[in-house]
Design a protein around this ligand. Sequence first.
Ligand SMILES: [Zn+2]
Length: 221
Amino acid sequence: MPYIDVHTHNHAEMEDQLRIVSLRLEETSVHTPSPTHGSVGIHPWDAGGRDLDQDRQALEQAVEASWCVAVGEIGLDRVHGPVLKQQRRVLDMQLDIAASAGLPVILHCVRAHADLMQLRKQRRDVNPWIIHGFTGHAELAGQLLDMDFHLSFGSALLEIGSKVRKALTRMPLDRLFFESDESEVDIRRLYREAADLLFREEEEIRGAVAANFDRCFGGHR
Ligand SMILES: [Zn+2]
């Protein structure tokens, strides 16, 4: 049973790990070697000044690739990037493609959780939406879980006293993912830490996340 790393920018293959390598849409059109498992999308920071028709075509083509198991990272950022309206246009287009391809979505979200919850409610998409790098408090986690989101926890989980450690203790195992993202963290440390915080065996956490992967990513393991 591999350790699932649901979101990483590190292309290296690791023994015992299944990593979903996050690629920018532009990276898929050049001849970079494809990862074993990857996601593709337009980051909200890159949402300005784009040709949406061209992007739609490119993304529709990219998600057809056998390595592509998700659309992401995509999302909303109220702190960085172009105006929210422009981010929304790019996000909506990508959510449409993910929904019709039946692929899960990996979401970047900065101070825009309310926007994403509203969007989830309006769109009624049934493909899984995974908030990556969740660092919020337990109440926010609860609201997102009520709206059917999955949450992925990264290296913030190792910061003693961080609010996200408390949020984790409220997580149902069937909505849980872990990720290394841009950090150098060994993903196994996150599983070990989560097992301690949840008073469970690491093996059980690993099994639960692997089951989540199979359910959300349609058996791409
Ligand atoms: Zn990332």
